[in-house]
Design a protein around this ligand. Sequence first.
Ligand SMILES: [Fe+2]
Length: 179
Amino acid sequence: MATIKVRNSGELIQGEENVRSFLEKQGVLYEHWDPKKLPERLQENFSLSAEDKEEILSTYESEIKDLAARRGYQTWDIVVLSEQTPNIEELLKKFEQVHTHSEDEVRAITAGEGIFIIKGDDSVGYFDVILTPGDVISVPEGNPHFFTLTDSRKVVAVRLFIETEGWIAHPFEDPAFVK
Ligand SMILES: [Fe+2]
């Protein structure tokens, strides 16, 4: 279940309802899929074959189709990041820059952990959303953010897109952001 850390105040937000209502106020979609739906050999597995990835997508087919129908996503795939990913250090460095997209950024975590750092409204400022298997999040279009890994450096996620060009990153220079 997701945990939120507000950077300016140090406030920690936990529990599904608290997380959902905080994110809702910030315009961030948060949902939850059952992580136990995945066959055990695909849970916490980070060396996935093409068939394994297909199996993850078909396991969550009804959840994906439901989300896509509500929000207009046309394509989806699986992304895996781990120490085995070539150039993982460089990739993470590239990730850790505040940016925006012309469509929303949707991720459903199916294994491991990930963190979205998101710019909230002026009273909140930047906050971290730490995601674990089953967490589904959508950062609104145009909302400054970036994604990174936790110290375990492993994640598997479903990505959904409206159009494949929509997720091109536009750098967002923000003096209010403190690393
Ligand atoms: Fe992004």
